[in-house]
Write a protein that binds this ligand. Structure first.
Ligand code: GDP
Length: 395
């Protein structure tokens, strides 16, 4: 090969190699420059962000806390508590309730009045008296006995002056109802336990929850600290209903958040809280399912037992709906056997001509009627007053 050609080839190769090396070096330095400027820009942006955060945040500590804690829900003004009503005085309530009872259009009183307004009582008049007593739910045995005694008295005295008979009937009814019976609630007796525990029992719909609310109000009016326990967990609305009463009368209510919770656990919790809070009275509302006696016994027995782990039970009040008359008696007996009762509340006496149930209920259950319900209002509960009651039904 010609020397000149050789030199030319070598020169081309060298130039090509120089061009390649130059291109690589130029590319690399451009890339480095871009990377460096990106990093610088990023660093600058970070710095600016940090400066902005520092300017906005009151302190570095708080910024950290705020980042960890989810944003708080907007603070809402608490709903105003319903106004607690001031209870009516006991004296005025009893007067009002007596008047209400007398005006309740009781056919018992009216029919008796018509019979006893006669000059002389015939055989059929005596039968009418007995029928009227029966219709008024005095009970077959007691009605028969009453009329028998009245007739005997008339026979012995040789006269059946209706005015005398009327007076004798009043005395006998009073005797049957019982004027000397101690009708005070155990919580109101000297040396009563603190907290005193009252368990409300009875068939659903008789007025247990309403009576628990009204009863709380009576205790509140006496200056007592009261708590209620919603152990009727069977109906979801029952605890709400008790809570509504609690808000109305200013009494806290212990309840479960779960529907169908164990009623005994609510009773336990309520008795524990009443003890801790040094309450004077705890009223426990229960469910009155009567699907069968064994279940009822189980449930009420358990409620009683677990409550007694914390506090002695002073009173078990059976709420009996006066409008159910003698039909309610069979149910009442089941409750009396299931838990043992210390007193009866006769509810709905305002809408009933069957006040005579007072006599049979006491006779059959062997416990006194302690309170009567005469309406749905918070003050429509009164201690049972035998004289007012008998005068009310004879008026
Ligand atoms: P529970 O299922 O035994 O707790 O019964 P509630 O307390 O829910 O009462 C059942 C219904 O009877 C309600 O509508 C009460 O307002 C009503 N009630 C309760 N006591 C009386 C009362 O003395 N007189 C009248 N007229 N209604 C009453």
């Amino acid at each position: 090969m010609d020397t000149n050609v050789m030199i030319a080839i070598v020169a081309i190769v060298v130039i090509a190699a120089l061009l390649l090396i130059g291109g690589w070096w130029f590319g690399k330095s451009r890339k480095d420059a871009v990377t460096k400027s990106t990093e610088a820009a990023k660093a600058k942006a970070d710095e600016r962000l940090a400066q902005e955060e520092a300017a906005n945040a009151p302190s570095g500590e708080q910024t950290k806390t705020e980042a960890e804690v989810p944003p708080a829900a907007p603070v809402q003004e608490p709903a105003p508590a319903p106004a607690v009503e001031v209870p009516e005085s006991a004296g005025s309530r009893i007067q009002r309730l007596k008047a209400k009872l007398a005006k309740s259009g009781n056919p018992f009183g009216k029919v008796l009045f018509n019979i006893l307004a006669k000059d002389h009582l015939s055989e059929s008049d005596w039968e009418d008296v007995e029928d009227t007593l029966l219709l008024a739910d005095v009970g077959a045995e007691a009605s028969e006995q009453l009329v028998e005694e009245l007739r005997n008295d008339a026979r012995i005295s040789g006269q059946s002056d209706p005015a005398e008979v009327r007076k004798a009937l009043r005395d006998k009814l009073l005797k049957l109802v019982g004027t000397d019976t101690d009708r005070r609630l155990n919580a109101n007796k000297e040396g009563a336990n603190k907290p005193s525990v009252i368990i409300m029992v009875g068939v659903n719909g008789t007025g247990k929850t309403t009576t628990a609310g009204k009863l709380s109000r009576l205790f509140v009016a006496d200056g007592k600290r009261v708590m209620m326990g919603a152990a009727d967990t069977f109906r979801a609305a029952a605890a709400d209903q008790l809570e509504t009463w609690g808000a109305k009368v200013g009494v806290p209510v212990v309840r479960s958040d779960k529907d169908g919770a164990d009623p005994a656990s609510v009773a336990f919790e309520a008795s524990e809280q009443a003890k801790e809070a040094h309450a004077d009275v705890l009223i426990i509302d229960t469910a009155g399912r009567l699907q069968n006696k064994a279940n009822l016994m189980d449930e009420l027995g358990k409620i009683r037992r677990v409550t007694e782990k914390n506090l002695p039970v002073d009173e078990v009040l059976l709420v009996l709906d006066a409008t159910t008359g003698q039909n309610g008696m069979a149910q009442a007996k089941v409750f009396a056997e299931a838990i043992g009762i210390t007193g009866v509340v006769l509810s709905k006496l305002d809408g009933s001509a069957k006040g005579g149930i007072v006599i049979s209920v006491q006779k059959e259950l062997g416990v006194p009627v302690k309170l009567v319900g005469l309406g749905e209002g918070p003050d429509d509960l009164a201690p049972f007053d035998p004289e007012g009651f008998v005068d009310g039904i004879l008026a």
